[in-house]
Design a protein around this ligand. Structure first.
Ligand code: NI
Length: 171
């Protein structure tokens, strides 16, 4: 089931999310819905708070061509980041049509729990590394525009407020 994606500014996007205590059928359904919502958007990553669930769960698939490679990360944690940084032009499904360069560690080691409740660990590089850091930021109430200067951030926020007013009007 496709769930509506919250648009910034929204208090649920600013919250530090709660850890997932147990993999229940509700969590499995949430992960499935988030993947469906992400592919439909389309996007390469989605965090639970973006669909209004303030729990520590993200989904990603950074494969642009070829068979899909969906991954679900429950309680993900960056346990190492490279000193080398890389810059990507980032966007966010909660901030439609706005893009800006963000600098982050080029490679990260991430630990998480999978939907079977098993611990997983993997090193991410390239677009995957940027995406996983962007999505984990969401779980701490942080958006990519928080890396920008205040003027740029305010400009984008005002555009989003206007977009939300327009959408509310047209339904
Ligand atoms: Ni995002």
């Amino acid at each position: 089931m496709i769930r509506p994606i919250l648009i910034h500014p929204d208090p649920r996007l600013k919250k530090v999310c709660d850890p997932v205590a147990e993999i229940t059928s509700e969590i499995r359904r949430l992960a499935e819905d988030m993947l469906e919502t992400m592919y439909d958007a389309p996007g390469i990553g989605l965090a639970a708070p973006q669909v209004g669930v303030t729990k520590r769960l993200i989904v990603m698939d950074c494969i642009k061509e070829g068979p899909p490679e969906p991954i679900v990360l429950v309680n993900p944690q960056v346990i190492w980041g490279s000193e080398e940084l890389s810059t990507y032009e980032e966007g966010c499904l909660s901030i439609p049509d706005q893009y800006a360069d963000v600098k982050r560690p080029a490679e990260v080691q991430v630990r998480w729990t999978d939907l079977e409740g098993q611990p997983q660990e993997r090193q991410f590089a390239g677009l995957w590394a940027t995406c996983v850091q962007h999505e984990i930021d969401h779980l701490d109430g942080k958006l990519f525009i928080d890396y920008l200067g205040p003027l740029k951030r305010q400009m984008i926020t005002r555009k989003m407020e206007k977009l939300k007013r327009e959408r509310a009007r047209t339904g």
